[in-house]
Unconditional design. Structure first.
Length: 129
């Protein structure tokens, strides 16, 4: 059994997406998107033992390794959406066009995306309305 299943990560991410503070599912644009970084940060905050078991740093520039929690979560969400296993979540991308930097607050510090100014886009996910 994979960690994804063993730790019920899908359900935990669904909970995170459902409880986005500025989400307005009744608005015609629906729930707000969260980047994979934002999901990873919130996952670590809410489920520190699970995050420790996965063993990935959140991500960002300068982490010193190729794999990150943000990357793992984005990959799993994308695969499950594509396979039709996750019908109530949708994904998208934030373009790097005119985007110099994007940073995320973590424990009084900041994590800067390693994807800005690259050929890669930031993955974003939300609950479907």
């Amino acid at each position: 059994m994979s960690y994804w299943q063993e730790l019920s990560i899908e359900e935990k991410i669904r909970q995170i997406l459902q409880e986005v503070p500025d989400a307005a599912p009744e608005h015609h644009l629906g729930y707000a998107y969260l980047t994979a970084y934002q999901i990873a940060i919130e996952f670590v905050k809410r489920f520190p033992d699970d995050a420790a078991q996965l063993g990935f740093p959140i991500g960002g520039t300068g982490i010193g390794q190729r794999n990150s929690l943000a990357q793992y979560l984005a990959r799993q969400l994308s695969r499950n959406i594509n396979a039709g296993k996750l019908n109530d979540v949708e994904g998208g991308f934030l373009s790097n066009l005119h985007l110099h930097d994007i940073s995320f607050d973590v424990d009084g510090g900041a994590i800067h995306s390693s994807l800005t100014n690259t050929d890669y886009t930031l993955s974003m996910f939300r609950l479907k309305s």
